[in-house]
Design a protein around this ligand. Structure first.
Ligand SMILES: [Zn+2]
Length: 58
């Protein structure tokens, strides 16, 4: 199982094969951050700045 490090809390996150692909979105189980796979080799996650509440109100 591929692993990646959360850029926010540095937790080691286990990803499924489906999740470990470029552009895939995952949520950190430790801090709840929205993360996106920006690199497959090595597997690298980046935080996605997303406002689930008030955004897209147009
Ligand atoms: Zn985290």
């Amino acid at each position: 199982m591929p692993r990646a490090e959360c850029p926010v809390c540095e937790a080691s996150i286990r990803l499924t094969k489906d999740e470990a692909t470029y552009g895939s979105r995952v949520t950190c189980p430790e801090c709840g951050a929205s993360l996106e796979v920006v690199e497959e080799e090595p597997l690298t996650l980046e935080e996605v700045a997303e406002d689930w509440g008030s955004a897209k109100d147009y």
